[in-house]
Write a protein that binds this ligand. Structure first.
Ligand SMILES: Nc1ncnc2c1ncn2[C@@H]1O[C@H](COP(=O)(O)OP(=O)(O)O)[C@@H](O)[C@H]1O
Ligand SMILES: [Mg+2]
Length: 367
């Protein structure tokens, strides 16, 4: 750009100077040479018009006229017809310069206009594409919400059907327990039975809570404490599996405004998945980090990994690759994390392992 802005005027000026010199130094008794030089002037004029538009063409033709006029006046002055013909040529220079300039300028303006239109079209196309991507994303969310709400209805029916018999089982077990003294093995069995019915009841309640949107009780919650609780809960399981479970130390308590119970549930689901995917001798690392606007909790395992096909589906309710999995863990986890304004992401490589990353926004009201 910079170079062509010097080169073009130089080319035109060189032409004009060279042709003028030819005029002034060619003897007048060679009129056919002068006739050729006279036409050569069109070269710089047309170039100037093409390169610089109307004004460029006209300025060039005027310069040519000024350079050429003394030659006519002083050298051809003697012959009137010759002189007249050459003044006519000067007129033509200016007409050609102006006209060519005008035409080329219009052409150029049209090109610019076309380019602008093309750019405009490109932008609208991109906007359209972004909008359609957003629509697809929203549709996906709706689909998920729908699935979960069907799930909610199912859960309500199921919970009702399960809870009533559970109540009877528990009640009769309480009565039977009184027949045996503590220390009696049957007393122990019945206690186990009561404990297990309670656990079942909790499971049903959890299921119900997950599936039904519910105003959650938010409060001050320490992420460090929740993670420590999760580690305590699964430590035995990790030991049985021969998997090393580690929670990296974190300075501070990492306080957020959250529903601690739900967050714990979410972390538990992730950690249990990691343990289940990791063979004996492997490891699961839990780390907490404070980033600019969020706490980042990562759970990394060096287990089986997740193939690309499954990765697209792991958050869907009921998607599972385990013989007795429910496929609800990650769906619930995502619901909880998003309910706290956070995000959930999974990175995985088959055969190498998986990292699940939870981001929870730092909120001022926590302190
Ligand atoms: N850390 C992990 N490593 C490998 N696969 C995983 C991991 N976490 C989740 N998955 C995959 O995602 C699926 C869905 O997980 P989840 O929703 O918790 O249901 P479930 O554990 O009952 O199968 C699992 O069946 C498993 O295939
Ligand atoms: Mg699971």
């Amino acid at each position: 750009m910079q170079r062509s802005s010097i080169i073009r005027p130089t080319v035109i000026a060189t032409f004009i100077v060279a042709i003028s010199l030819l005029h002034y130094f060619t003897p007048l008794h060679l009129p056919y040479l002068h006739a050729i030089f006279q036409r050569l002037y069109y070269l710089p004029i047309i170039l100037a018009a093409l390169w610089f538009g109307f004004r460029g063409g006209l300025i060039c033709s005027i310069i040519v006229s000024i350079a050429y006029a003394p030659h006519i006046l002083f050298q051809w002055g003697g012959c009137l017809t010759m002189e007249m013909e050459k003044y006519l040529e000067i007129l033509l220079y200016n007409i050609v310069g102006g006209m060519t300039g005008l035409l080329s300028q219009r052409e150029r303006e049209r090109t610019v206009e076309l380019q602008k239109t093309a750019r405009g079209l490109e932008e609208s196309y991109q906007q359209l594409q972004q909008q359609s991507e957003r629509i697809i994303a929203i549709e996906e969310q709706l689909r998920r919400a729908e699935k979960l709400s069907t799930l909610g209805e199912m859960a309500a029916v199921l919970a009702h059907e399960i809870r009533n018999p559970l109540g009877s089982i528990r009640g009769t077990a309480e009565i039977l327990k009184d027949d045996y003294k503590p220390g009696d093995p049957k007393h122990e069995f019945i206690e186990i039975q009561i404990r297990e019915t309670e656990r079942l009841n909790r499971v049903v309640e959890d299921f119900l809570r997950m599936a039904r949107p519910q105003p959650s009780e938010m409060g001050r919650c320490s992420l460090v404490e929740e993670l420590e609780t999760v580690v305590t809960l699964v430590a035995r399981d990790a030991l049985d599996r021969g998997v090393t479970l580690r929670l990296e130390p974190f300075a501070g308590a990492a306080i957020v405004r959250a529903n601690g119970e739900k967050l714990r549930q979410a972390f538990l689901n992730i950690v249990i998945n990691a343990l289940q995917a990791t063979p004996s001798g492997g490891k699961v690392d839990i780390a907490l980090r404070m980033a600019e606007s969020a706490y980042e909790i990562s759970v990394s395992d060096n287990g089986t990994g997740i193939d690309a096909d499954s990765q697209a589906k792991i958050f869907e309710p009921f998607f599972t690759t385990k013989p007795n999995g429910t496929g609800l863990g990650l769906a619930i986890t995502r619901k909880i994390v998003e309910g706290h304004g956070g995000t959930l992401a999974v990175e995985s490589e088959v055969g190498k392992g998986t990292t699940v990353l939870v981001k929870l926004p730092l909120n001022d009201s926590a302190n």
